[in-house]
Design a protein around this ligand. Structure first.
Ligand code: HEC
Length: 110
């Protein structure tokens, strides 16, 4: 019981930390709900993918995700964001939470 509570508290911490990194460094392009509709992406011909779509996560591994974040995605505007594991881990937890949180958020106007 205590362990379960500790695990929940740790996840809440991760979500909070991950969110603050995301808001500061990713949200302008990837959007507040992860849909790839951040203000900066309006000008891109290639919009970021929709992280709020459950299917996006179907075959995504944490390793691949970490690599994209640290090294960027060649051929796109997505540059690398080198960061320590202590930041990367909560960021990954936060990114993976988008399908759940976006379902509750209102769909932004087109
Ligand atoms: C300057 C705008 C911009 C910023 C800032 C940015 N991205 Fe991206 N990101 C993109 C674009 C454009 C792509 C390429 C399109 C695509 O495949 O999603 C991309 C691709 C990705 C991908 C690979 C998607 C895939 O599966 O192919 C991941 C993961 C990602 N970004 C995460 C992040 C994270 C995490 C941050 C913050 C640390 C971030 N991005 C910051 C624009 C941005």
């Amino acid at each position: 019981m205590l362990l379960a509570l500790l695990a929940l508290a740790a996840r809440a911490d991760d979500l909070e930390n991950g969110k603050s990194i995301y808001v500061a460094r990713c949200q302008s392009c990837h959007g507040a709900t992860g849909r790839g509709d951040g203000p900066a992406s309006a000008a891109f011909t290639r919009k970021p993918r929709d992280f709020s779509a459950k299917e996006y996560w179907d075959d995504m591994t944490d390793d691949r995700l970490r690599l994209y974040i640290i090294e960027g995605k060649p051929g796109t505007i997505m540059r690398g964001f080198p960061m320590a594991d202590e930041q990367l881990a909560p960021l990954v937890v936060y990114l993976r939470s988008f399908p759940t949180t976006a379902a509750a958020a209102p769909t932004p106007a087109p």
